[in-house]
Write a protein that binds this ligand. Sequence first.
Ligand code: G6P
Length: 753
Amino acid sequence: MRSLLRVGVPLLLGLAVLAWMATIAVAETTRSWFTRDVELRARLAASGAQEGLASHLAAGEQRKVLKILEGLAQDERIMAAEVCTAAFLTVARTQRIPASFGCEGLEARRHGAGARDLPGELDAELDGGPVHLSVHAIRADGELRGYLVLFQDMSVAARRETAAKHFTIAVFAVVAVLASILTALVRRDSWRTWTQEFRRVLALAPRSPGLPSNGPAAFSPVLQDVRQLVEDLAKERASASGGRWSPERLQQTLRDALHGESVVILGNREPYVHERGADGAVRVLHPASGLVTALEPVMRACSGTWIAHGSGSADRDTVDACDRVRVPPGEESYAIRRVWLSKEEERGYYYGFSNEGLWALCHIAHARPEFRASDWQQYVTVNERFAKAVCDEVKGPDPVILVQDYHFALVPRMIRERLPRATIITFWHIPWPNAERLGICPWRREVLDGLLGSSVVGFHTQQHCNNFVEAVDRYLETRIDRERQSVVQGGRECLVRNYPISIEWPNRWAAAAPPAAECRHAVLAELGLDADALLGVGVDRLDYTKGIEERLLAVERALERFPHLRGRFTFAQLAAPSRTLIPRYAALNDAVEALAARINRRFASGTYRPIVLLRAHHEPPAIFRYLRAADVCYVSSLHDGMNLVAKEFVAARDDERGVLVLSQFTGAARELTEALVVNPYDLEEASAALATALQMPAAEQAERMRAMRAMVSELNVYRWAGRMLADAGRLRQRGRLSDRLSLGLRVVGGGRS
Ligand code: G6P
């Protein structure tokens, strides 16, 4: 309705002016047609009577003249007629002619006009109605004998004019209403049309000469969520609080929605790790973790406390008496509260149940989930420890707590038992499996029940939300409210929502990095490559879900299929060792190493090696240098909740160069639709995408990169956090209202008893 008014009112005003002009034009046209018609009739009548009038005038037969005049006045349009002599004396006249229009009047008009001949036509009024007066000369043998004056009724013309005006106005009114409705509908559908256009453009996979066609689906993006995303953005823009999300807007949301309360985050991995080097000096490291990448900027914007496992070798030496340390170093805008774990606890809770159990269960990456009762026991114990730490940190009975990831599935329920009025938002950073697969976990009910202690449970995608709700439906006694997307258990509601995670924008690491050309120069020199080398880059933890083996195999296949790449194309894999105590990770480490060595042996020539495996922890400045130097970045995850490396690559490329080849099994593929989206298992498709990326024209690279940068800048991490905090604010508001209401009812009930 609002859009109807917004579009309709100006349109109606415009059409009203047009209608007014049109009615004037229509009235004048009607009048001139009618006048012409009247004149024609008068001329016909006059010429018909001419001969008789001339002879009767000559003969002085006044009665016969009158008879002819009365005959003329029988015509429905001729009201009256008069005949004058050439000297303007009345010869005969029918009734109703006022003196001012008679023969005397005509003479006066002739003098007034200063003309020799009388004016032929006049418009006047008779008995209050409009008349048309015409004067016709009566001649005989070329001599003027007198004048015939005819008075014709013009009221029909006036009636027709009014009818034409009404008709025009009615037509314009109908057109105006229809046009307003149509315009509003067109406006409403413009996003849909835009999405379809977007979809059409995206469907145009690059076709490079010499590359085999992989059919219409080649490198096609995952599009099902694009429309939803675009519609969400449109709604947000339309809302009063529109505008791009920034740290300032996030702070404002915190003030508005939660009255500026400080946020307490629980996340296993700490954002700053203090490590003591071999030289005894303490270094601060940024761990390789998507969770940390996303949440650290949020904490800097919101301040508060991050409760985490103190895992660094110098962590204990850097905390105060309350196990707290202020970070970031030099800026100190928030605190880390470190929780210490014994080796046994870490083995059971972190390596065991979290990473050998839940991690393997939630990712479709063909690693067998390991569930051991001893690990579960540690998981329960450690979750208790962290829940207690959270309750120690918060202020007041209804704090806002953000619980992060699969390490803490039981914590929401544990906090809820201690603080029933807390607002607990839990975000699950990895995929959520379908109900059948979840059934593998012997403690699935406890895990689900633990999470339902939250006020909101968040996932990256709607699919994961659906999987979660389905699992709750299958394994627990609850009521599912599908309309609100929530689970009601024991009278308490837990919302299930999707919040796709992202990175900070503008990105501080990208802003601090040297110009792209400088990065490229430095990286090529570092790797001993020529200036015209083609460089591919991968950045990951050494994790089997990342598809690193499939990535190297795709590079190998590209070299097999496209010989022009041999000797020129080098793929640098930055691989941070991760969870190395787990056998599956140790095996992956060995497999990747062996694979790189085999491919290098196969395609080596001179100093050329196609694969450079950089197995070490890299700090963000080094990672961004590589991302800015690359011709292509390949993110080949076999399954990934989101994958923030893909978004970091986009943030790194302010030069609008470089191509992203992206696995369709990442959450990011739903947003970065201008990447070359591939199935990493399909080596034909992936190798063709690599080759296509390496010879993509600069203009197309820029076009794709611009679109992806626009997307990430809008869907940044402040939006992710802001939407969650806004939801938390709304829930708290509702909770407080119902508290007051039940208090009121108790008071009333007490008064009665
Ligand atoms: C994934 C998880 C995070 C985790 C990160 C690094 O992104 O969702 O919770 O921090 O991997 O793994 P790590 O085991 O080193 O913390």
